[in-house]
Write a protein that binds this ligand. Sequence first.
Ligand SMILES: [Zn+2]
Length: 199
Amino acid sequence: MSPGAAATHPIRHRSGHLARPRREGRRVLGVDAALHRVADELDALLVEAELGFIGKSSKMLDEVPEGVGKITPEEAEHFVSNTGVDLFAPAVGNVHGIVRGGREPKLDIELIKSIAEAVKIPLVLHGASGNTDEEIRAAIEAGISIIHINTELRLAYRQGLVKSLSENPDELAPYKYLKPALQEMQKVAEKKLRLFNHL
Ligand SMILES: [Zn+2]
């Protein structure tokens, strides 16, 4: 089975029925055992799991989505030891997308430290768009190994495209009017890579 197929294939319990993750508030119940089997069976793959609700989409938001919260180190330890996942993305004040008007929640650095000590596997920070460089640096220091940034890249691309189209209204060649959009996105990517690697 290809990795892509494995990731999208329905999870089956031993009895054969489908495991349906049920969302109750910010807890997902009933998936631990199924996830454990997936992690066991797909030995050659790394299984990454996100725990806690941190919003759904990489876009500009007016408010922090309802239900966004943080998990506790105990919940983290319980989940990781019961699932055997390889990489863990906890809800620690992060949110998918960027909240406008300086209302992006702050990362809970102390909580990241506690979770890192509790789970002892690499931590992934999802939804890191909109967080400041200082927060990102502190999060890495506290135990984050991988960082996901999407919205800031999308924003740079779009802004580059809008500027390019408005400055060159007669340009019809996509490879020409798309180039500045790509370059703007590349600038953000380079800046983040420098930040992540203390350069
Ligand atoms: Zn995520």
